[in-house]
Design a protein around this ligand. Sequence first.
Ligand SMILES: [Zn+2]
Length: 246
Amino acid sequence: MHFQNFLHRAAVLAICGMICVSSLAAQAGGNDAAQKTPLVALTFDDGPSMTNTAKILDVLEEHGARATFFVVGERVAQNAAVLQRAVSLGCEIGNHTWNHKKLTELTAEQIRAQLEKTDDAVFDATGVRPHLVRAPCGRYGCYACRALDRPVILWSVDPRDWSYAADRTGNTAQNRETVIRAATENVRDGDIILLHDLYAFTADCCETIVERLQEAGFSLVTVSELMASRGVRLQSGKTYRRVPTE
Ligand SMILES: [Zn+2]
C-alpha cells in the first residue's frame, strides 16, 4: 500500500515536473513564437471611398485586423472622416499619387508635385504624413524611383478584384469566390496582397478574405509593421513586393 502510494506520488511529481518544464519552455519560446506568427499585409488602392472603405474598416475593426490604404490625393478631402477612422484603427495610409497618373509618364518634378500634394492632403485630413508610395498600375522605373525619394511598395499577391469590380454586373457570388480564393490560397508569410477599396465588389469580398486568412493562422498587419517585424529597414528609391527573402 505504502509502495503504491509512493508510486502514485512519484507519478504526480513527474507529471508536475513535465508540466512545469514544458510551461517554462513555452515562456522562453514565447517571443520566438510571436515572431513566427505568419504575417500578411492587406493593401487597398485607389480610395478612399466613403461607403466602401468604411465597410472594409468595419470588417477590420470587428476582426482585430489592420491594413494599408494607398490613397489617391484628390479623393482625400471629401473622404477625410473615413481616413481619420482608418488611422484611429491603426491602419497605415500610403501615397498613390494625386490623380493616379502613371509615374513613367511624368517628369521628376511632376512626380514630386503629385506626391507632395497628396502628402499634404493626407496630413490635413489625419495629422499623419505618408511615407510609403505605391506606383499607379505598378508602373515605375529606375528614373521614377529616384525621383520618389521614398520606398515603393508593390505586391506579391494580385487577386485582380478590379477586373470584376469595374462592371457592376460582375459582383456575383461566383466572382467574389474567385477573388477570395486568389487572395487567400497560396498566401505565404510576408506577402503583400493587392486590393482596391474603391469598389463595392471588393468591400463585399473583404470579410471572407479576412476570416480565411485568420483561420489559416495569419495576423493581418500594415506594410510598415510587416517589414519592421521581419527586421527590414525600408529604403528610399527601393521597391518591395513582399518581405525580402534571402
Ligand atoms: Zn491604383
